[in-house]
Design a protein around this ligand. Structure first.
Ligand code: PLP
Length: 483
């Protein structure tokens, strides 16, 4: 049974946890203990079967038939690679390419599956409206995942001017009869705070009933659980390539914003994957990296816009789950730390908790000029294009130089950020992202992912700009129209 990071007396099924997103006390849903997977068995099966095993372990009450059906539908030819998440070894770096899904970012791994699991857990009378605050990639991946899924609607909110032009266009051209998109005046944390306020708003809930609100970002366990799978998939590919022996510990470098991706890696380790360190890479918004070094989480600083917008985040929600596990389930302590964060923007963990965290995690940051230099040097030396988020990981991985085989998670296609990548790799500035895509494609003989290539021709269907206080009315209107 799942419980809340802030109240270990709470108990609910994984279906309930997935449907509601997060706990009434504001905490996140966690499984108090992890079952063990058989590593050899996991290494003998393809991605889809690994996914079934991981999901049955983490979401036990869904049942095998439902899980198998959802996995088969989620991970098929909607991904441009048969491996789903292929490892590309280039030079001495093992890139785990997570961007071969329909929206060219790793968010697809979770969001192709979550809607299918959610739908399976709904009764005939249930209606769910998904709210997604997005720093760029979650929004589009959630819109694609929930588009036209019966009994659901989805609203994505992104910070006005805070996502890349291609990301914005991906969202505003979304089709489907149950989708809505709006730009929000403010930054990502403003959008996320407003979404959280709506989710906790009893008056709004009463007006929407019987429809209920839920979330599609990585605070939802149904989004996190599928991301655990690709850590096993990466390990299997390294074994097959002869890079490692079965049982050998590897490191993973993870470009990090909301701490969902890297936390999924920690879950993989808890399920039995041999991992030495998780190398947590942030951009100049380095709250998490600083926390891992000092034990102090402090968001009282300037919000910085960087070339890796999907990591421009100051409050890293999923860190809360790590605090829960590393304090041995001390939900009173977690509640106290989170209250301190809400009231003062800061908390400090006890020394023994920091030491426990540092056993598995080490962090550092990379700033934009380092990211650009890394994109250029890898493009020049290896003809390989990294997107700016991946390059944040690359810089930190090279600087920390942790011993042992290391997998670098590549979280987005370079074609999602073509202007930044073209400027860094080719030294050319393009004001038109589609032109930059063409030039990169020709220069590196790489096909542009089809859904991105088509964007230029799709009509813009969504062009709302809202202040955060207008969001509840927008949501009520949407619920009326689509549910
Ligand atoms: C969301 C995202 C990240 C950060 O992932 P978290 O789970 O929020 O830490 C990194 N890179 C890209 C491209 C993303 O879309």
């Amino acid at each position: 049974m799942y419980t809340s990071t802030r109240d270990s007396k709470l108990s609910l099924t994984s279906q309930q946890a997935l449907k509601t997103g997060f706990a009434p006390d504001g905490g996140l849903y966690v499984l108090p203990t992890f079952p063990q997977l058989d590593l050899r068995q996991m290494l003998a099966v393809p991605y889809q079967e690994q996914a079934v095993q991981v999901l049955l372990a983490l979401l036990p009450d869904f049942g095998e038939a439902t899980v198998r059906q959802a996995v088969t539908a989620a991970y098929g030819d909607n991904f441009a690679s048969a491996e789903i998440t292929p490892v590309k070894t280039v030079g001495r770096i093992h890139y785990l390419e997570l961007f071969h899904g329909p929206t060219s970012a790793f968010k697809d791994i979770g969001l192709q599956l979550l809607p299918r699991l959610l739908q399976a857990s709904l009764a005939a009378k249930d209606r769910v409206l998904i709210l997604a605050a997005t720093s760029g990639d979650t929004g589009k991946a959630a819109l694609e995942g929930f588009k036209d899924v019966p009994q659901t609607g989805i609203a994505a909110f992104y910070p006005d001017g805070g996502v890349s032009p291609i990301q914005e266009r991906q969202m505003t051209t979304t089709g489907g009869d149950n989708t809505a998109v709006a730009a929000i005046s403010g930054n990502f944390d403003d959008a996320q705070t407003a979404v959280k306020a709506m989710l906790n708003d009893r008056a709004l809930a009463a007006k929407l009933a019987p429809a209920q609100l839920s979330v599609a970002n990585s605070i939802n366990i149904g989004r996190l659980a599928p991301q655990v799978v690709y850590y096993f998939a990466a390990y299997r590919q390294l074994v097959q390539a002869g890079t490692i022996q079965v049982g050998e510990a590897v490191n993973f470098t993870v470009p990090t914003g909301n701490f969902g991706d890297v936390l999924a890696g920690y879950y993989a380790k808890q399920l039995g994957l041999p991992v030495n360190k998780f190398i947590v890479a942030t951009n100049a918004n380095s709250e998490v990296a600083d926390f891992l070094a000092t034990g102090v989480y402090d968001r009282n600083r300037q919000f910085l816009k960087t070339s890796s917008p999907s990591m421009d985040i100051q409050i890293s929600s999923n860190l809360e789950r790590l605090l829960y596990y590393k304090s041995n389930g001390d939900s009173a302590l977690v509640a106290q730390l989170m209250q301190s964060l809400a009231e003062t923007g800061r908390y400090q963990v006890p020394a023994d908790l920091l030491a426990a965290i540092q056993e598995d995690f080490i962090g550092d940051k990379a700033v934009d000029h380092e990211v650009e230099a890394a994109i250029r040097s890898v493009a020049d030396a290896q003809d390989y294009l990294m997107d700016p988020h991946t390059a944040v990981g690359y810089v930190v991985q090279q600087r920390l130089a942790i011993a042992g085989p290391t997998v670098l998670l590549s979280t987005a296609s370079p074609f999602k950020f073509p202007q930044v990548v073209a400027e860094a790799a080719l030294g050319e500035h393009y004001s038109d992202g589609f032109e930059a895509m063409q030039v990169l494609s020709a220069a590196y003989q790489l096909p542009i992912p089809a859904p991105l290539a088509q964007l230029a021709d799709l009509p813009v269907r969504h062009h709302q700009l809202l202040a955060p206080e207008q969001m509840p009315d927008f949501v009520r209107q949407l619920a009326k129209e689509v549910l």
